[in-house]
Design a protein around this ligand. Structure first.
Ligand code: KMT
Ligand code: NI
Length: 176
């Protein structure tokens, strides 16, 4: 399952947990207010449940990404850096973790929040939410990425321009 908590915002290894001491959990209602959806789906027989979510939410496309040195080869270092630059997408996306683990940091208004994803975790990134991703100390994750339409791969790095992007503004309006 997903455990979400506030990021400690301290310098150090991006792969470390960066949990506060004591930990400050982000509860389910706070995630709901961010329009972040999450589901607990065991890997054994996950296909039918993931297919049902895709059908209900109108997701037409998907791919599998293997984030690890072995899985990515030459582009690994650049990809790792890119994923950890805070960005937004112009579509809603869902990630289903097939194996491994990592951290998705999703910005809760002005505060950072980090949520650790484990196998059997499925969660959404609403269009316009600022987020970033890092591997944790296990250094590998395999995830199914689901897209509503043609994948909008382009990560829009957080900037003054994205602060006024129509999808960003729409997201902030939607969460009130
Ligand atoms: C994203 O949108 O930041 C990603 O797709 C990260 C990699 S998915 C494990
Ligand atoms: Ni992203």
């Amino acid at each position: 399952p997903m455990r979400a908590y506030y990021f400690d915002d301290l310098p150090g290894d991006q792969r470390a947990a960066h949990d506060c001491v004591p930990s400050r959990p982000v509860d389910a209602s706070a995630l709901a207010k961010m329009n972040v959806l999450s589901w607990h789906i065991p890997v054994e027989g996950y296909e039918s449940q993931v297919d049902a979510i895709a059908r209900e939410r109108g997701y037409k496309n998907r791919d599998t990404i293997n984030v690890s040195k072995a899985g990515m080869g030459d582009v690994y270092e650049a990809k790792i850096r890119g994923f950890f630059e805070e960005h937004m997408h112009e579509d809603e996306e869902i990630r289903y973790i097939l194996s491994g683990s990592g951290f998705f940091d999703k910005r809760l208004r002005t505060h950072g929040s980090a949520s650790r994803s484990r196998p059997a975790t499925c969660s959404s990134c609403p269009r316009g939410i600022y987020h970033r991703f890092t591997l944790d100390e296990t250094d590998a994750i395999k995830a199914l990425r689901l897209f509503q339409d043609e994948p909008k791969w382009v990560p829009h790095a957080r900037s003054q321009a994205t602060d006024v992007n129509v999808h960003r503004v729409g997201y902030l309006q939607a969460i009130g």
